[in-house]
Ligand binder design. Structure first.
Ligand SMILES: C[S@@+](CC[C@H](N)C(=O)[O-])C[C@H]1O[C@@H](n2cnc3c(N)ncnc32)[C@H](O)[C@@H]1O
Length: 405
């Protein structure tokens, strides 16, 4: 691979914004990719993947390069040189790479890789929490997998097409080849990365991009077309849209969130997907919740969480997450379980889900709930713990509870 100066500059600019100004990596990369209209898909891929890689490996690369935060541009070029050297890419004779100690970089990599928190490039506290909660063997494998690049998975919108038809359309119109995934009825996996958002199929709402594990959640809720369903933490609606397609656009879904901006995105996506059985409700007081007490056949609580199951997609979360946030989010998780479970009607069902792999956010929350006053009306039906290193997809948790008659 040959390094191109303007692409490398874009990466360094992006890293400055992410590391020094605390901006979100996905937003920064979106902006970077708009910089030069002449960039082809390989150029864009280089900018996005290299930026994500250096974000992912920040701690390890900074240790190898012997630089400390806040990073100046020279520091970032040194980290870039570490990335290139470890990838076996020949460094051009630009001034930024003068005197790069190639052999020393490889030696330090071997040495530092003996320590998990350096090898996997994570903060000390995260390594401690993962070890305490999952144990040595599972945590080591899980965090290693969380550092791999995730596959691109589509969820077919069965309101508009079938998996077979979409597979053919993507292949014929866009040269995008996909395969089915056993056990995931609506999923198509891309054989090679591609920008699927520019296809007509996406613009016409034939699919959404959604990880395979995330696709299990709506299925777990066991919805039927005539039901009244409340999606309490709907965000931009990844799971709401899936629920709507499983309900064949019938019945009624109330999608709620504390952020109106997220529900606005859901509105746009629902229109594209041809979904018209969803009402949007901002949670700006306890009123909209209380109004729905004992009304819903199904309630989904896709709770806010650490996101420790989806680090492959959000590597900068490693550096943004803090132990204090973890403590706060566990409190919120129990609160939403206590409050939102009251919307389930007798005989109705509740799914509590997170994209975390930590028992303290998952099964322990469910146990605490079931042992509490509000939980005594519910029985535990089943749960599913999805680890990325076992499934090959995102880490997720989902529990199905049923309210007694
Ligand atoms: C895991 S995300 C939801 C993802 C979404 N369900 C999807 O499938 O795309 C959690 C959501 O909970 C929302 N949230 C945070 N605190 C909340 C609360 N107290 N009540 C309701 N929603 C909340 C966040 O704004 C966020 O959108």
């Amino acid at each position: 691979m040959r390094l191109h100066r303007n692409l490398c500059f874009a990466v360094i600019d992006g890293l400055t914004l992410i590391f020094n100004e605390g901006q979100y990596a996905d937003k920064v990369i979106q902006q970077l990719l708009k910089r030069d209209k002449r960039w082809g898909s390989r150029d864009r891929g280089f900018v996005a993947e290299t930026t994500y890689d250096i974000v992912r490996w920040k701690r390890l690369y900074a240790e190898i390069a012997e630089v400390k935060e806040p990073f100046d541009r020279d520091n970032l070029w040194r980290m870039f040189a570490v990335w290139a050297t470890l990838k076996g890419i020949k460094l051009p004779d630009w001034k930024y790479f003068e005197n790069t100690p190639t052999r020393k970089i490889k030696g330090r990599f071997d040495e530092l890789s003996k320590v998990r928190k350096l090898r996997e490039s994570i903060p000390d506290w995260m390594d401690k929490v993962g070890l305490e909660e999952l144990g040595e063997s599972k945590w080591s494998k899980e965090i290693a997998m969380q550092n791999e690049q995730a596959d691109v998975i589509l969820r077919v919108n069965t309101l508009k097409t079938t998996k077979e038809k979409l597979q053919n359309i993507l292949s014929d119109e866009n040269n995008i080849e996909t395969e089915f995934i056993k056990g995931y009825p609506s999923a198509l996996k891309l054989l090679e990365r591609a920008n699927v958002f520019v296809t007509d199929s996406f613009k016409n709402g034939l699919f959404e991009v959604q990880d395979a594990s995330s696709q299990l959640v709506a299925e777990f809720l066991d919805v039927k077309p005539s039901m009244k369903v409340v999606d309490t933490c709907a965000g931009a609606g990844g799971k709401t849209l899936h629920i709507a397609s499983l309900m064949k656009n019938k019945g009624q879904i109330t999608a709620m969130d504390i952020y109106e901006s997220k529900l606005k995105k859901l509105k746009v996506r629902a229109r594209r997907n041809g979904v018209h059985n969803v009402d949007l409700k901002v949670i700006d007081s306890t009123k909209p919740i209380k109004k729905l007490y004992n009304k819903a056949d199904r309630v989904l609580i896709d709770a806010p969480c650490s996101g420790l199951g989806v680090l492959r997609r959000n590597p900068d979360a490693k550096w943004k997450l803090e132990p204090e946030f973890m403590d706060r989010i566990r409190v919120t998780q129990q609160e939403v379980l206590q409050q939102y479970s009251r919307m389930v009607k007798p005989d109705g069902k509740l799914v509590y889900a997170t994209c975390s792999v930590l028992p303290s956010e998952n099964e322990n929350q469910v146990k605490t709930f079931l042992n509490s006053e509000s939980g005594k009306d519910f029985i535990f039906v089943k749960d599913k713990k999805v680890l990325a290193h076992e499934s090959g997809f995102d880490g997720f948790y989902m529990a199905l509870l049923e309210r007694k008659k």
